[in-house]
Design a binder for this molecule. Structure first.
Ligand SMILES: C[S@@+](CC[C@H](N)C(=O)[O-])C[C@H]1O[C@@H](n2cnc3c(N)ncnc32)[C@H](O)[C@@H]1O
Length: 428
């Protein structure tokens, strides 16, 4: 069977996370096709989509592919689909066990930029409505806003499409179409709660969004139940997300105020999400001497072995406008010293093959251009390799990916000058 994963805005990171998580599932999975909007896979076994959707910060929806339909390049999507939506087909493949007034949504995703899809959701919606009304059903069709082709997960959830009907998605390539049905959507409300309802927030230092924390945690290649460390934990976003993913997490930070805030947040988190004792711990420590803290906790039997490190790292000052070249240079130098000392410490307790997933700053000079942190050789010289964020055999079939020269990926936001380059290191 085939599944399509609808990718988040920073699709390169979404693909990196998906490839890693699917590999960890240990099932035979083949990538069928991918674009910056969706990754389609083939697998013999059914996937636990509920669990996967919760685990994947970079995936917006999970769909089951129902049919693949050939098309000539010159044919429009609606021309190909004009006779596809028969009442019996809709009832068996898309709306099984649904009764009463049906709510059906339509989205069109592009598997190829060349495809013309303007207005197609509306036309497809008409076909569906006509077919169902012809069969005597009462139906409301939910369409993307004018100009848009897809429904946001919020819209799917708020209109109860999965409960009271379906979201029908067409994934369009130039010479074929996939018709698919949404089976899961990202729980936007819970992400919002995990981000904004915490008692303490720290806009000044910056907090990593929970979804990005999840992506980074998934890239750490650790097994459920293993222990991860965030040595620049701030107010604890990575700790919280790591625990939800099934890890034990130790967080340290040089700033006692950050740790106090972190503890408050974790108390809220423990109650809100009914977390069992012993899953996390936060302490004040300088990352440049963190092995002492790790040793101390191992001695008292709290966290015996750290299997990996996932951390946003200190990014230097947060600028509102592009800093001057001298300022960037000075920041890079300061961070180089910090990371060099910290990675020396990590080497003291990380096992061979243990990963460090780290954010480093990249200054955004235009919509697509960045000034990147200079060479990372000072870290590799300490006995680490930089891992391709997406294995080369996958990346070669995905020309749309936005990888840096050193095969890392950047998480950025429109309004921010300081973007985060996400680098995965592996201890030799
Ligand atoms: C960008 S913030 C991390 C935010 C965190 N990811 C969150 O979501 O709350 C960076 C943190 O690094 C800490 N930091 C700076 N220098 C440090 C050092 N030498 N050792 C440990 N922590 C340090 C700062 O106190 C700050 O809390």
């Amino acid at each position: 069977m085939q599944y399509a994963f609808i990718l988040g805005r920073v699709y390169t990171l979404s693909v990196a996370e998906l490839v890693e998580v699917l590999a960890q599932l240990g099932k035979t999975i083949k990538v069928v096709e991918a674009s910056y909007e969706a990754l389609i896979i083939e697998t013999e076994e059914q996937l636990d989509t509920e669990k996967l959707q919760k685990q994947l910060g970079g995936v917006i929806k999970i769909l089951r592919v129902i049919d693949i339909i050939k098309k000539r390049e010159q044919d429009s999507i609606n021309f190909v689909l004009q006779h596809y939506f028969k009442p019996s087909k809709l009832k068996t493949d898309f709306l099984k066990q649904k009764s009463g007034k049906l709510q059906v949504g339509v989205s069109v995703y592009l598997m190829d930029n060349q495809v013309q899809a303007f207005g197609e959701p509306k036309r497809i919606g008409m076909f569906i409505k006509r077919a169902l009304q012809g069969g005597g059903a009462s139906i409301r069709v939910v369409l993307p806003e004018y100009n848009a082709l897809t429904l946001a997960s919020v819209v799917v959830t708020k209109n109860l499409l999965l409960e009271k009907g379906a979201e029908i998605c067409v994934l369009a390539a130039t010479d074929h179409l996939y018709v698919a049905k949404t089976v899961r959507v990202q729980d936007f409300e819970d992400y919002g709660r995990r981000d904004y309802q915490r008692p303490i927030r720290d806009e000044k230092q910056g907090m990593i969004p929970p979804k990005v924390a999840q992506v980074m945690l998934n890239l750490a290649h650790a097994k459920t139940g293993e222990t991860l460390l965030d040595p620049f934990c701030g107010i604890g976003t990575i700790i919280q997300e790591g625990v939800l993913l099934g890890y034990k997490v130790l967080g340290t930070d040089i700033n006692p105020t950050a740790i106090a805030g972190c503890e408050k947040n974790l108390e809220w988190f423990r109650n809100r999400y009914k977390i069992a004792p012993g899953k996390f711990h936060a302490e004040v420590s300088d990352a440049r001497s963190v092995s002492m803290m790790v040793q101390k906790l191992a001695l008292i039997g709290a966290f015996k072995q750290i299997h990996g490190i996932v951390t946003e790292g200190y990014l230097g000052p947060m600028y509102g406008t592009m800093p001057k070249p001298e300022a960037m240079k000075a920041n890079f130098q300061e961070l180089k010293e910090l990371y060099q000392e910290s990675f020396k410490e990590f080497a003291k307790f990380l096992p061979q093959g243990g990963r460090v997933v780290l954010c480093i700053p990249a200054y955004k000079s235009s919509r697509t251009d960045y000034t990147f942190f200079p060479s990372l050789d000072f870290i590799t010289a300490l006995g680490y390799n930089v891992i391709d964020i997406i294995p080369a055999n996958f990346a070669k079939n995905m020309p749309f990916l936005q990888l840096t020269q050193r095969k890392t990926a950047v998480y950025d936001r429109k309004d921010q000058v300081v973007a985060r380059e996400i680098v995965v290191f592996e201890k030799q």
